[in-house]
Ligand binder design. Structure first.
Ligand code: ADP
Length: 264
């Protein structure tokens, strides 16, 4: 079983990823797709005039400030735009795919963050109106039921909090939680970079392998979250965790054949 996370930033072509996933599924591999959609959320928020803020944690991890209006936009964009595009692309490839957010049958349960520590203009602040959470459990039974019937699950944020309300959850960490729950052999993060770069500005500085630790290259933006998610997956027993290019032909096959960066 392979869990594939499709990057949400612009650049990654969902059609290419889905064609590749379809080929794997036809060859008998079981795949769970997880998607984010940061570019789609930003785009819809701009059209609707909902201002967007990002929070930087004291350790440098950037996340979206999900206020109430942004949570609504996020659901519209992910579940109304990104997900249908993924499902349609898989369908064209002959894959029976079912889309599930964390709210469907309470697939993804999360602990709501009471307050988010963040750095704004160099000062540490506590943000209290952030509707986001940390994944606490994944209903693996539901996913296994679908997989056993030859259905490919497509999993999207949001998750559901203790109070039964939706909360944003980082899609990389959702993918890690799904991979751990299902005992996946591999977790592939497809993104708009060749993999983990020693120098983020130099595509030629791709690291074929990287041991997560103190000497991790300064990974700005969403890459830092991916490394956190990768660590969660490795600790949870996922043997192969790869960050690889989502913009190339056959991106999943390449990632499984040693492309990108293998994290340890
Ligand atoms: P996604 O939407 O695919 O989940 P993000 O766009 O949030 O991912 O994060 C991936 C981005 O992080 C890359 O496209 C790249 O611009 C940036 N990045 C920062 N540091 C690094 C690094 N060391 N190696 C590779 N990419 C990096």
């Amino acid at each position: 079983l392979v869990v594939v996370k499709i990057g949400g930033a612009s650049g990654v072509d969902p059609d290419g990823v889905c064609a590749d996933v379809a080929a794997l599924v036809r060859a008998g591999r079981r795949v769970v797709l997880v998607h984010g959609g940061s570019a789609a959320v930003d785009d819809l928020a701009a059209r609707l005039g909902v201002p967007q803020r990002h929070l930087v944690s004291p350790s440098g991890v950037t996340t979206r400030h999900t206020d109430a209006a942004t949570l609504r936009v996020l659901q519209l964009a992910l579940l109304g735009q990104v997900r249908p595009a993924v499902l349609a692309a898989l369908g064209r490839g002959g894959v029976r795919a079912v889309g599930l957010s964390g709210l469907d049958a309470n697939l993804l349960r999360a602990e709501r963050r009471a307050a988010v520590r963040a750095v704004v203009d160099g000062r540490r602040v506590l943000v209290r109106d952030d509707h986001s959470g940390r994944i606490t459990s994944v209903d693996g039974g539901l996913l296994r039921l679908l997989l056993a019937d030859g259905v490919t699950p497509v999993v999207s944020p949001p998750a559901v909090a203790e109070d039964g309300l939706p909360v944003n959850a980082n899609a990389d960490r959702v993918a890690a939680a799904v991979a751990v729950e299902l005992g996946a052999q591999a977790l592939v993060f497809l993104t708009a970079a060749p993999g983990l770069l020693a120098d983020p500005a130099d595509d030629a500085s791709l690291l074929a392998e990287h041991e997560l630790g103190e000497d991790t290259p300064v990974a700005g933006g969403g890459m830092a979250v991916k490394l956190v998610a990768a660590r969660e997956a490795l600790r949870g027993g996922v043997r192969s965790v790869v960050v690889s290019d989502g913009r190339v032909a056959s991106p999943v096959g390449r990632a499984l054949d040693g492309g990108g960066t293998r994290l340890r």
